[in-house]
Design a protein around this ligand. Structure first.
Ligand code: PRT
Ligand code: MG
Length: 231
């Protein structure tokens, strides 16, 4: 009997940056998710399919075994808690930083020193709560589902906790990053039961992903080295 392997991915950067890893493992999606409305994509392998879900839902699909494995950002995994998930690999893709940001002109350091109770808007309530608690700061957390950058501009919050990659979104909205909380990248997550029951299917995929992401990291390091040597 053929066992089907189901991989949960989100559209956009995770999907795009996962394609080369999948290719290295011999898996090629049959369709481009940006051109199709399908939520289940076949692949070149009859026994492997991809389900497209919201980035924040990937851990949930894998936890309950609706998908055998998936790829999710550390930001998403921290909020989910990781229950029921085996996390064998940091893939080093979809890199960014979790930061505290405020309106240019808001004196965050002074507010911290005064022990002011600031309002913080974020999608990452768990991460934010832990961060400010570790600094001994009392904050009022306001849960948002997106476009956090707007909150300080209209007086909803003094600060936001959000992901930053190029920094251009902060800049375009007259915000500045004032604190680094964590470096973020995406991890492979595997359902713990699937790891045992579908071991002969899952293990080669983990190994191929590991080889491909290490090769990619080595290429990036050598390119960075060459850039440094030139400058
Ligand atoms: O977009 P959608 O609401 O559907 O869901 P999502 O935002 O959760 O998913 P998606 O696909 O945007 O992000 C998936 C994963 O990519 C996240 O969980 C992160 O682990 C990772 N990632 C890497 C990022 C970024 N970089 C990133 N820059 N996720 C979001 N952003 C956003 C950020 O929130 C901010 O609004 O991009 C904006 C800042 O980008 P810069 O380049 O202007 O700094
Ligand atoms: Mg997004």
């Amino acid at each position: 009997m053929m066992t089907t392997l189901t991989i949960a991915l989100s559209k956009g950067r995770i999907f795009d940056e996962t394609l080369p890893l999948l290719a290295a493992a011999g898996v090629v999606p049959a369709e481009d998710p940006e051109r199709s409305r399908k939520l289940i994509l076949g692949t070149n392998r009859a026994d492997t399919r991809i389900v497209l879900v919201r980035a924040t839902d990937v851990p949930t699909y894998v936890q309950y075994g609706a998908a055998d494995l998936g790829i999710a950002g550390k930001d998403v995994l921290a909020e989910h808690g990781g229950e029921g998930l085996y996390q064998p690999l940091d893939l080093g893709i979809a890199r960014c930083r979790m930061m505290v940001a405020v309106r240019a002109g808001f004196d965050y350091d002074a507010a911290v020193r005064r022990g002011a109770r600031i309002k913080v808007a974020t999608k990452y309530v768990g991460t934010a709560r832990e961060h400010f608690a570790s600094k001994g700061m009392h904050v009022d957390l306001i849960k948002l589902y997106g476009s956090m950058e707007l909150a300080p501009l209209v007086g909803l919050a003094d600060a936001i906790v959000d992901l930053v990659s190029t920094g251009s979104t902060l800049k375009a909205n007259d915000l500045v990053a004032v604190e680094h909380i964590a470096d973020i990248s995406a991890r492979l997550v595997v359902n713990q039961a699937a790891l045992k029951l579908k071991h002969e299917r899952v293990q080669p995929l983990i190994e191929a992903f590991g080889r491909a992401s290490r090769a990619d990291a080595a290429t990036q390091a050598s390119q960075a080295g060459k850039r440094r040597a030139r400058s």
